[in-house]
Design a protein around this ligand. Structure first.
Ligand code: PGA
Length: 264
């Protein structure tokens, strides 16, 4: 299965000069690198989306957005719709990121409306789920994740759910340097597969991509993605350094190629 390496640039690249330096450095790093069966998805701040599409989009590099509003058009001051982004050349949209839940009051219900809008615009939703430290410590992690999946994907047909990418992002790992063990990630992966198998059948459970996000670096990519058999990663801080993002992509791409050889 094609691996996804998603770079969430968040609210960074404050000037045009900084953005242009990012392009140069990213292109330089990517040159001469062959990413086999993998795709990098860069999610810049929305003001930079158009220029990222022009300067970086290729067969192996797609552009994503960090958020959308669920309505398509109209009197919604300050908002951006999936249709607008699609027309700009965007292919992916991150939905329900823990920072949006924490700072902007997003819930499973708002994520659900947004995922529906993303799908109907013909884009791919990257739906973030994951427990807080308190939820994990009190033994509620699995219950929280089940609820995020059930409510976030409510009233979406299985044919449409099949296009959604899930990002398991333990909230306590995002932006910190605490990371789960490979076994802990594998446990969540198995839980997600079980939920999808029960709700939509085994075929879909096998098809749906599950990424890991939270403190992914060159040095942690093996433990967080390759060992637990994830389908890729969502990278925050490290994606601001093109060299690191491309190196992470390379590590994951090589491992997916080796996996393919081993399975022959
Ligand atoms: P981080 O962020 O890599 O900086 O922990 C991950 C994320 O926000 O998805």
């Amino acid at each position: 299965m094609q691996k996804l390496i998603v770079g969430n640039l968040k609210m960074n690249l404050l000037t045009i000069a900084e953005r242009d330096r990012y392009f140069e450095s990213f292109k330089k790093e990517l040159k001469a690198k062959k990413l086999l069966d993998s795709k990098i998805v860069i999610c810049p701040p929305s003001v930079h989306v158009e220029s990222f599409v022009k300067k970086t989009k290729t067969k192996t590099v797609s552009i994503g957005a960090q958020n959308i509003f669920w309505e398509e058009r109209g009197s919604y001051t300050g908002e951006i719709s999936a249709t607008m982004l699609k027309d700009m050349g965007v292919e992916f949209v991150i939905i329900g990121h823990s920072e949006r839940r924490k700072y902007f009051g997003e819930t499973n219900e708002t994520a659900n409306s947004k995922i529906k809008a993303v799908i109907s615009a013909g884009l791919v939703a990257i739906y973030c789920v994951g427990e807080t430290r308190e939820e994990r410590d009190s033994g509620f992690a699995a219950q929280i994740i089940v609820q995020q999946i059930v409510e976030g994907l409510a009233d979406i047909s299985s044919a449409k759910v099949a296009s959604v990418v899930i990002a398991y992002e333990p909230v306590w790992s995002v932006g910190s340097d605490s990371i789960p063990t490979s076994d802990e990630i594998l446990e969540t992966r198995i839980l997600l597969r079980k939920i999808f198998a029960e709700k939509y059948g085994l075929q879909l459970a096998d098809k749906i991509k599950v990424l890991y996000g939270g403190s992914v670096k060159v040095t942690t990519a093996k433990q967080l993605c390759i060992d637990p058999g994830m389908d890729g990663v969502l990278v925050g801080r490290e994606s601001l350094i093109p060299m690191e993002l491309v190196k992470i992509a390379e590590i994951i791409s090589v491992s997916s190629e080796q996996g393919a050889v081993n399975n022959k």
